[in-house]
Design a protein around this ligand. Structure first.
Ligand SMILES: Nc1ncnc2c1ncn2[C@@H]1O[C@H](COP(=O)(O)OP(=O)(O)OP(=O)(O)O)[C@@H](O)[C@H]1O
Ligand SMILES: [Mg+2]
Length: 239
């Protein structure tokens, strides 16, 4: 018997105003698995996440959770079904404290603020500050914590490390691994730090100009050095 993946996307075409910027995207992420989505600037990574999260309607294709096809194109519906996006902007309430930010997100959730803060002890120590006064890395932890408090089935994280020093990224990414292991959520992680992302991920896809040019286990994709180098050369950034 095959067990349905937590998240299945089949033949997804994603884009804007009927113009596809990502095409024929097939991906499956199991419970407790981390998939990293790699690729140069403009490859279509954010567009794909926005489509899975329901902010954009797919131009074609199907999305199912645990084998159940979903009606796509509504962020509210996707969120109710268990899909939570951590956007690259983080979108925190900067004037509120970390706990106030978490409580706002926790309204419909079974998880408690305390449970979530156990994963991010640094946030506990900064309870008196407003979110806007936290460091970039701490704000990112809060953005992930705010997603987790909604007990996601599918957690989509867009460029968590944007603007952060590599040493901070090195400490944040293993937390994502731990989140997947402990919460059993399927995690889709868009990341520019290719090698660090491949270390914590189980599976990976590489997008170039909206198409998948490599996919497989993180180890398999890591060995595709030539494809990776070419992907980033064509997009003008280094892996
Ligand atoms: N709102 C929009 N309307 C029309 N085209 C858009 C819109 N947003 C993005 N695009 C285009 O879609 C393509 C893919 O963009 P996307 O933001 O998904 O790339 P990305 O892989 O996330 O890049 P980055 O690594 O820079 O974040 C780009 O060519 C971009 O110009
Ligand atoms: Mg992006």
């Amino acid at each position: 018997m095959t067990v349905a993946a937590a998240l299945d996307c089949t033949g997804i075409h994603a884009g804007y105003n009927k113009v596809a910027v990502a095409r024929d995207i097939d991906l499956s992420v199991g419970h407790g698995q981390v998939m990293t989505v790699l690729g140069p600037n403009g490859a279509g990574k954010t567009t794909l996440l926005l489509t899975i999260a329901g902010f954009l309607a797919p131009l074609k294709g199907a999305i199912s959770l645990d084998g159940v096809p979903l009606r796509t194109g509504s962020a509210r519906r996707m969120n109710r079904a268990g899909v939570v996006l951590v956007p690259d902007s983080r979108a925190l309430f900067t004037e509120l404290t970390p706990v106030q930010n978490l409580k706002l997100a926790a309204r419909r959730s079974r998880s408690s603020v305390d449970d979530v803060l156990d994963l991010f002890p640094a946030l506990r120590l900064r309870a008196r500050l407003r979110a806007g006064q936290l460091s970039g890395g701490e704000q990112q932890m809060l953005a992930v914590a705010r997603a987790l408090i909604q007990a996601p089935k599918v957690l989509l994280i867009d460029e968590m490390s944007m603007g952060l020093a590599p040493v901070i990224v090195e400490s944040l990414l293993p937390i994502i691994r731990q989140v997947a292991d402990e919460s059993n959520a399927a995690v889709v992680l868009v990341e520019q730090h290719v090698q660090l992302a491949l270390e914590v991920a189980d599976v990976a896809i590489v997008l170039v100009h909206g198409g998948i040019v490599a996919s497989g286990s993180a180890d398999e994709v890591r060995r595709e050095e030539a494809t990776l180098a070419q992907a980033y050369l064509s997009g003008g950034t280094d892996p």
